[in-house]
Structures are given as C-alpha cells and as structure tokens.
Design a protein around this ligand. Structure first.
Ligand SMILES: NC(=O)c1ccc[n+]([C@@H]2O[C@H](COP(=O)([O-])OP(=O)(O)OC[C@H]3O[C@@H](n4cnc5c(N)ncnc54)[C@H](O)[C@@H]3O)[C@@H](O)[C@H]2O)c1
Length: 416
C-alpha cells in the first residue's frame, strides 16, 4: 500500500488519540455502525484533503468501514498530527501527510490524491478541487461529486460555478446549519483562544483583543475572548455584521484605529491583506498577531518580513519581528490557522457534527448520481438528522408539533 508519513512508529500514540476522539464523536460513531452493516460506499474511491487530526481519523475510518478505499492528504502544511497519520496507515488508509511541509511537498501530497482517480472528493479549502480543475480535467469529469468543508473553499467553488467551469456537483458542507453554527462559531471560538494561549500563555483578562471579521468564526472568537475578560474590538467591512457586533456590545472601528489600541489581533475574514505594513508600523510594542482564517494571507507575512530589521523564534509557534521603530511584534503559527497549528483544531464534539454531514453527504452523492455540476446545500433531511442525533446523544429531548399546531403554522386564514 502506498503512503508517506513522518514516522510509522508513532502509530500506537495515534491510536489512543483516535480512540479519545471516537469517545467524543457519538453521532459519527452511530453512522459508522450503520455504514459497517450496509456498506454504502463499497467499491468507491474517496480522495480527501483535510487537516489530518484525530477527528479526521474518525471520519476516514468511518468511510473505510463503509467499503470505501480512502486517500488522504493534509489541507495545511502545518496542521498534521503525525501520530494520527501513522495510525491511519495501519488502518489501511493511503495517507500522504506530515507536519511541517514545504509548499512543494504540500502540493505533491494533494497530487497523490488526485492521481488516485477518486470517485468522490472531500476538500477543506478547495486546493484539491482547484488542482483537479486546473490539471486533471479528465479525472475531474469522471468524479461523481465532491464536498467542501470550509467557507473559503465554498467561496472558491462558487466562483468556479459562476464562470461555468465546475466539472462535478459539490455539496457545501460548510453551509449546513449543523456545521457553521457550531463548528465555525463554537469550534473556532474555543480552539483559536486555545491556540493563542498554548503558544503564548498570556493572560487574556483585561487585554484589548481586536477581532477582524464578524462572521461565524469572528463572532465565536469575540464571544470567547470576552468570556475570558478581554476587552474586544471588532473590525468589519459589512455594515449589517458591523451593526450586529455593535449591538452584541463590542466596540467597532476601522483597523487603522484599532491598531493603535489593540494588544492581540485575530483575523477571521477569509480575505487577504487585512493587516498590512501600514498597520504594523502603528502597533504598540509587544502585540500578538494570530490568524484563524483559512489561508495565511490575512496578516501580510510578506510585509512583515520586508519591514522587519530582525526576526527570531521566541518559543514554538511564536516569531518575534523587530520593526525599524524598535517595536516588537509577535506572529503566531507563521500566520496560518492558529487553532490547528498551535493547538489541536476544533474539539471532537463539534467535528462530530461537521463530519457527520461529510459522511452523509458522501453517501448522498453515491446514491444520487448524475446531478448537475453545481454547488448544492446539504439536503435539509441530513442537516436535521444530524441535529436530532446530536441531541439524542446528549440525552436532550425536545417537544413535537401537535397536528393542530402544524396546521396552524401552515395556514393564513386563522388570526386572533
Ligand atoms: N480556523 C478554523 O478552524 C476555521 C473554521 C471554519 C472556518 N474557517 C475560515 O475562517 C474564515 C471566516 O469564515 P466565516 O465562516 O466566519 O466566514 P463569514 O463569511 O461568515 O465571515 C467573514 C467576515 O469577514 C468580513 N470581512 C471580509 N473582509 C474583511 C476585511 N478586510 N476586514 C474586516 N472584515 C472583513 C466579512 O464581511 C464577513 O462578515 C474563512 O477563511 C473560513 O474558511 C476557519
């Protein structure tokens, strides 16, 4: 079997990590139970590009249990948990991933997945989708369908669809309610703070924390930072979201004002050049810079490299840049996803829902072939089913509509 990981002897540690995640992902484990019996993916080759974490391991083991052959590469050069990658090789997964890849190595790994000629593809950030469309059109045309895990990937796929160039149907898993309302908000909210604290061990109470972007990720981070006693400032470009942030009780101002005040900056926009040269020069001494958005383009590392007079690593994932004005700025995780690089990514409990959507969407693609090549939402039944199962595993019951209530809600003629 073909694979490439850092060190296969790490597998026993990886197996324990995966076991720990399985214990906290009951919905996906219920799906695995059904998949193991019904084998809905028998004979299907799945190509996946995801952060190679213990939670991803639970997903790919579930796909394998359903009869699929799985090829897996990392969706970020710094996020792979090497012990998990090793354990997955022992499970018979074709893994091409290790922590600390160069850009060339990163794309080489994704290429191995593309060249496996998958029937179904799962991606996080759309680098696999993009490679298939740019370089492997013949293979892409034979793909039954794909899924996409994150906001940035969905944005890229919608652009491909708008240009009429999308070659296979894609389910935007990110846009399921049981994904973004929980994973983007509570998952990233908690794990981003976790990453910043593990990297720096700074006290958040009383700190002025600037969060760029008040989308699902940004609001989760802002909420959790406030919960730890930080004074949170939000920057936005969307007037509606800016207004939400104001009414949620945050200070809102342009970045060029926030840079004079902030002590910790966290970007979560999915956009580029949110913090650039002009901002760095106005910042206070000792500022911490972290990114939670998908790519390492939100904080301009290029600008920082260019203007800095010196640079050194202070502790793992903390790089100090000295500016010409004598001030020192501390960039975490090279400007890449701080929660995955400096911590372990989202807690298993939220990935339980995101990856339940992934598993059920892959099954849906296989059972519903020949859809038009468009970007689709996760079918409502799947989304609701995931929520229902999650509540069940949390031992929480809810009310049900009576037939009279159902009728009332569907009629227009009944008033006071
Ligand atoms: N770290 C993780 O584990 C993780 C998890 C989920 C999503 N993500 C990524 O986080 C990013 C944000 O995702 P989301 O779901 O919150 O998206 P979203 O579209 O809900 O929110 C992004 C927000 O950023 C704002 N924005 C855009 N440009 C801006 C700028 N220059 N300055 C200030 N605000 C700006 C937008 O108006 C929007 O409100 C994406 O790249 C997504 O892929 C990361």
């Amino acid at each position: 079997m073909e694979y490439k990981v850092k060190d296969k002897s790490l597998a026993p540690r990886g197996r324990l990590q995966i076991e720990w995640a399985e214990k906290h992902m009951p919905v996906l484990m219920l799906i695995r139970e059904r998949f193991s019996k019904d084998k809905p993916l028998k004979g299907i080759r799945v190509g996946a590009v995801l952060h190679v974490t213990k939670e991803t391991a639970v997903l790919v083991k579930t796909l394998k249990a359903s009869g699929a052959e799985v090829y897996l590469a990392a969706s970020n050069p710094l996020s792979t948990q090497d012990e998990v990658a090793a354990a997955l090789v022992e499970e018979g997964i074709h893994v091409y991933a290790w922590r600390g890849q160069t850009s060339d190595e990163y794309y080489w790994c994704i290429r191995q997945v593309a060249e496996a000629e998958p029937h179904v593809v799962i991606d996080d950030g759309a680098d696999l989708h993009a490679m298939l469309h740019k370089e492997y059109e013949d293979i892409a045309r034979r793909i039954k369908g794909g899924t996409e895990e994150t906001t940035t990937g969905v944005v890229r796929l919608r652009a491909l669809e708008r240009e009429g160039k999308l070659l296979y149907p894609v389910i935007a898993v990110n846009d399921a309610y049981t994904k973004y309302l929980f994973d983007n908000r509570y998952g990233t909210g908690q794990s981003t703070i976790d990453g910043i604290l593990r990297a720096t061990n700074i006290l958040l109470a009383g700190k002025k924390v600037v969060v760029a972007g008040y989308g699902w990720v940004g609001r989760g981070i802002a909420m959790r930072a406030r919960g730890m006693g930080a004074r949170v400032i939000v920057t936005e470009v969307d007037p509606i979201r800016a207004l939400e942030a104001v009414m949620d009780g945050f200070d809102v101002m342009p970045m060029k004002e926030a840079v004079k005040i902030g002590e910790v900056f966290i970007t979560a926009t999915g956009n580029k050049d949110v913090i650039t040269r002009e901002h760095f020069m106005l910042m206070k001494d000792g500022v911490v810079l972290a990114n939670a958005g998908h790519f390492n383009v939100e904080i301009s590392v290029k600008d920082l490299e260019e203007i800095a007079v010196s640079k050194r690593e202070i502790r793992p994932y903390v790089t100090e840049y000295k500016l010409p004005n004598g001030k020192r700025l501390y960039l975490l995780a090279e400007g890449r996803l701080v929660n995955l690089v400096a911590a372990e990514g989202h807690p298993s409990e939220v990935m339980d829902m995101s990856f339940a959507n992934q598993a059920l969407s892959v099954e849906y693609i296989v059972k519903n072939p020949r859809q038009q090549p468009r970007v689709y939402r996760v079918p409502r039944e799947i989304d609701e089913n995931v929520a229902r199962l999650k509540l069940k595993t949390m031992n929480i019951e809810i009310d049900e509509l009576t037939p009279e209530q159902k009728k009332y809600l569907e009629s227009w003629s009944l008033g006071t």
